[in-house]
Design a protein around this ligand. Structure first.
Ligand code: E4P
Length: 222
């Protein structure tokens, strides 16, 4: 299973990296603009904070084939490996996905709103597919559509991986994971909510209080 962070907040990535086993980071143009940083600042922060084995996914901004290809080559040249260009599944994007794969570039097909869109991007060779779970939930059965996409890939014996995206809460993430989806990209608040339940520190406080009351110290070792 791959846990990916959907953020351009370098400090948050650093903190989450210490607590979790993080497999990579995704961004999109909106996420970068909302970070309050320039693209170059975010890019340099990512290159510094990510270990070589952690994946980096950066989305193109251009919407025409030549522009997408130029940005794709730039993005994939940022690191020697584990770097993927995110390309939306428009007509131009689908052409670019095929061309990128012919050049050996790592590709994540994004802005996927249906199982058939994802399937066609897989057929063009995309390494990863990013269906927008919450946005699809707003239109219908988002989780069901992603599960259907996985079933279609399995049936066709395609090894393209789904990295489910656009999460708004932990329940959506759990539903995908329990249905066998192997990668999720989650925003910082959802990532912390996967761990932070107030009852846990409250339970720990009680253990410490009881130990201290009995032995006069807050540590196991005398
Ligand atoms: C990640 O790859 C997607 O771009 C992102 O999850 C979209 O999330 P949103 O629906 O919150 O914009």
């Amino acid at each position: 299973m791959e846990l990916i962070l959907d953020t351009a907040d370098i400090d948050a990535i650093r903190e989450l990296n210490e607590v979790y086993t993080v497999d990579g980071v995704t961004t999109n143009p909106t996420i970068i603009t909302r970070s309050g940083k320039t693209f170059e600042e975010v890019r340099d922060g990512m290159l510094e904070v990510l270990a070589p084995e952690q994946k980096l996914f950066i989305q193109v901004v251009s919407t025409d084939f030549d522009g997408i290809m130029a940005e794709a080559r730039y993005i994939c040249a940022l690191r020697p490996e584990n770097t993927y260009v995110k390309i939306p599944v428009t007509h131009e994007g689908m052409r670019a996905i095929k061309a990128c794969k012919a050049e050996g570039l790592g590709v994540l097909a994004t802005a996927i709103y249906s199982a058939s869109q994802g399937f066609m991007a897989a057929k063009n060779g995309a390494d990863y597919l990013a269906p927008y779970v919450n946005r699809m939930c707003n239109l219908g059965d988002g989780v069901g559509e992603v599960v259907r996409l996985q079933a279609m890939l399995d049936q066709a014996r395609m090894d393209t991986r789904i990295v489910a995206a656009s999460f708004k809460n932990v329940e959506q993430v759990n539903e995908l994971l329990e249905n066998g989806i192997e990668a999720v990209t989650v925003p910082v608040d959802v990532a912390w909510n996967m761990l932070d339940i107030p009852s846990t520190p409250m339970a720990v406080d009680e253990f410490t209080r009881n130990w201290d009351a009995a032995y006069g110290r807050k540590t196991l070792l005398a």
